[in-house]
Design a protein around this ligand. Structure first.
Ligand SMILES: Cc1cc2nc3c(=O)[nH]c(=O)nc-3n(C[C@H](O)[C@H](O)[C@H](O)COP(=O)(O)OP(=O)(O)OC[C@H]3O[C@@H](n4cnc5c(N)ncnc54)[C@H](O)[C@@H]3O)c2cc1C
Length: 372
């Protein structure tokens, strides 16, 4: 019998991490309540890439068919220079025919997770700001987690000097390719979404910004001015932006302490990351699997929580470090850029399978092989 059978668990936060954890725990027999301070479920209108490592977990939780109906499957990731000329194309289907890399609207993913969790018996309470909870508590309360601070003390995050703009535009029929356009001190990532939409994330080095958070409304003209001069399809996309949000990008250390005897951190609460590897939600989804599996197989709760941290911390630290390195690589200027782009172009022509292979450790991972 599962050590979680009929155990009450409170999950704080109904983001991607909290809802996946609630579903994973309920599938193992726990009685789960999710507390979410927002009055409604959902997120700022935007897309998200869910890579194969996280899709594997969602499949194992029974969401595969619903996901495939709600998402586009990515064919490739293409790096381009500032003028829109291809530098490198990584064909995801050729390198990993079985693995799915998905593009989905965030609100849709949250909706799928919430529906599945409720069907598995989870209670979701909206408009409730958790201060403390009885019994086993999973803090999936995001980037500004008060529970991380309670376990680790207040830490001052480090501003990277970069701000990110995010926008959605109409774009029916876009090929399912995640495109990156790299220039000195800025880059832009874009991919299509189901429903004839296109997601844009544009990152600019801007040392004056100081506020961390999600929902600062931005000025579309300021976005167009900041990315003027980029070629290819970029000017046409930016011309269509009529709403945008922007926020500062901060670096936080991975938390040293993820748990005490009755509380565990999960997702951004434990390891906020820069978005340059598109893995924040993926790591939260992996955490959810591992946490539920540890609590299911190890009856002693403190031991189970310690095992969860021991299994997860090395991997998320490697991922956060790789995302930090990408921030530098995309923004090379001058001679460094010419050199880096030439190497990538040669690799693209001579060994097209080489580059995707660099991330096998990331995308081929299955947390169920570590702990079923
Ligand atoms: C520009 C950008 C692009 C990104 N793109 C990708 C991508 O393509 N792929 C990817 O995998 N990741 C991506 N990410 C990262 C990803 O969005 C986050 O890592 C992920 O959403 C974190 O999920 P979470 O559940 O841990 O936290 P959150 O989504 O922040 O959820 C926390 C929830 O807790 C609630 N809450 C907080 N405090 C309390 C409280 N006291 N009581 C009750 N509720 C509370 C909040 O209201 C919120 O709903 C991106 C991030 C950014 C900024």
């Amino acid at each position: 019998m599962s050590a979680l059978e009929n155990r009450p668990v409170t999950v704080i936060g109904a983001g991607i991490g909290g809802l996946t954890a609630a579903l994973a725990l309920a599938r193992r027999g726990a009685q789960v309540t999710v507390l979410e301070r927002a009055p409604e479920l959902g997120e700022v209108g935007a897309g998200i890439q869910i890579s194969a490592n996280a899709v594997r977990v969602l499949d194992a939780l029974g969401l595969g068919t619903a996901l495939d109906g709600a998402a586009l499957r990515t064919d490739a990731v293409q790096l381009n220079d500032e003028r829109g000329r291809r530098v490198l194309r990584m064909d995801l289907r050729a390198h990993r025919p079985e693995a799915r890399f998905l593009l989905i609207h965030r609100a849709r993913l949250i909706g799928l997770l919430a529906d599945a969790a409720r069907q598995a018996g989870v209670t979701i309470q909206l408009g409730v700001t958790a201060a403390d909870a009885d019994g086993l508590t999973i803090a999936a309360d995001g980037l500004r987690s008060t529970y991380r601070a309670a376990l680790n003390g207040q830490q001052v995050p480090f501003f990277t000097g970069q701000t990110a703009w995010r926008a959605l535009i109409p774009d029916p029929g876009g090929a399912p390719v995640a495109q990156v356009f790299m220039a000195a001190r800025r880059h832009l990532v874009s991919y299509p979404l189901p429903g004839g939409l296109r997601n844009i994330v544009a990152v600019e080095e801007r040392p004056d910004w100081q506020d961390e958070g999600w929902s600062h409304p931005g000025d579309p003209d300021r976005l167009r001015a900041a990315f003027a001069g980029m070629g290819g399809p970029v000017p046409g996309w930016l011309a269509q932006v009529d709403h945008t949000h922007l926020w500062g990008l901060f670096r936080h250390p991975v938390a040293a302490r993820w748990h005490d005897d009755r509380l565990a951190l999960l997702g951004d609460a434990a390891h906020p990351t820069l978005p340059f590897l598109a893995q924040g939600a993926g790591m939260a989804i992996e955490d959810a699997w591992t946490l539920a599996a540890c609590l299911h197989t190890i009856p002693d709760q403190p031991q189970a929580l310690a095992r969860y941290q021991a299994l997860r911390q090395p991997r998320v630290t490697r991922i956060v470090d790789a995302a930090n390195a990408n921030a530098r690589n995309y923004h090379f200027g001058g001679v460094m850029r010419i050199g880096a782009h030439s190497v990538l172009r040669v690799a693209d022509r001579l060994a097209p399978s080489l580059m995707p292979g660099r991330f096998d450790w990331l995308y081929d991972f299955d947390p169920a092989e570590q702990i079923p």
